[in-house]
Design a protein around this ligand. Sequence first.
Ligand SMILES: [Zn+2]
Length: 418
Amino acid sequence: MKIEKAYKFKLEPTPEQAERLAQMAGCGRVVFNDSLELILSIARKQSGIIDRKALYKHLNSLPLAERKALNNLFPSSASLNKQLTSWKKLDNRLWLSEAFNACLQQRQRDLVDKGIKRWVKGKSGFPVFRTRKLAHHSTMRFPEPKKQLRINHNHIKLPNKLGLVKYRNSREVEGELRNATVSLNAVGEWHISIMCLVDIELATHVQGGMAGIDMGIAKNMTLSTDFCGDNGVFEGVHSFRALQGKLAIQQKKLSRKVLGSANWKKQKLKVSKIHQRIANIRRDYQQKATTEICNNHAMIVCEALKVANMSKSAKGDSENHGKMVKQKAGLNKSILDEGWGELRRQLKYKMLWKGGVYAEVNPAYTSQICCCCGHKAKENRTTQSNFVCVDCGHSLNADKNAANNILNRYLSELEQAA
Ligand SMILES: [Zn+2]
């Protein structure tokens, strides 16, 4: 069986290489923006709206059918790819030839085949212009890495006169290269993400038993078994909240500086570094916790939670300024902090690697049902952490009860399917 495996390494370019990467990323942004401008000019003509802000507002409020109709007037990524050749001959775009053409074409595909497509389907707003000020806008994808790069022990050979770029080799790359993306982060470091297709053998004999996992705010993960963490409980590093005070102080200092000044830039870097630290601590915790769980179980079951939807609702929308928005924003910050979506992703692929089973079940009422007798009642939950069944009297930690329900639900689904 073939699965996708993702790698991410920190690049350690020489100053000359870093400059060239920045230049290439800059070309990418310009091509993205030029292509977007071209598309916007068509939308402008159709709607008669000149002002950019008003145009975006109009585009983002269009019903889906009208989005589709307008999209039919936009150029395809293939046609933009063709036009690119002539753009490079324009007096004010001659420097585009410094960039790697395949990466530039990829930027146009990203805009049309991802950005615009998502807007047409109503999944996101109309794509916005890329700016140097946002680090994640500096990115380049190598669509044919088998041809375009070579990986050896501690160097990656990149095209376009970049040559051998040193990288921090944290693990051996295996499998067939599918794509590679070089990108900048907020503290000015370049990374490469590589996607490989790996052939794995499904294990015929897998160690460990079954567990249901309840993911929560107070406790990050609670397992129905006691084998991992602290009796099956992973408190989680509330990295965001722990560093939040520090972040607030540095952010306040930033707000007092003159925007764009040397001191402002210095302070901005400080703020970015705290964000980076939060991300590192969280990443480290997640990797360790999911590895431990997968090493000790043959089957794990999680609730299918729609994390994206839950966090979206916090912002509210123009018609719906709910009273709970502020409260919800706090809760959602926690959800994002705990990174439930990422935990699921890791659990899933790690179980797949070892040949175990990963499954998800409908999350309805898992916190209200008694895992012993199946009685469902709001009153079963006496406090945040206590569960006492009003029917059979069974009492258990509320998270453990939910974790058991999650596992039981999947097992009964299996039974029904058989
Ligand atoms: Zn009961």
